[in-house]
Design a protein. Sequence first.
Length: 113
Amino acid sequence: PGGWDQCLADHARILGYRVWYDEHLLRDGAMNPRDIARLLDEWEALGFVATETVGGVLRFRDVCVVETLLGGARLPCDWLEIDGERRAGFLRGSAPGPVAGRSVWASRESPRE
């Protein structure tokens, strides 16, 4: 609800900390399965569809849970490419750019100010 501008406003105090984004993707994160499930519930409450079954295979649709320590997505995710060396994801079919993480956000104005 409210589109991209509202999404940024809703997450303003955690942009650059827990939430990062680029021109293609928004990353939200958690450190344990319970918190990941809570985040999925929150995104689904906003209208996102987490998973769908295609050809008998359960896969991610609008979101993708990636476990960096385990090297990839929990379920197939056709639209996300994982770069294991950089420990980053990017939109499949787009050129990977700078990793939108703490080092990139540190050079911007603090979102908490």
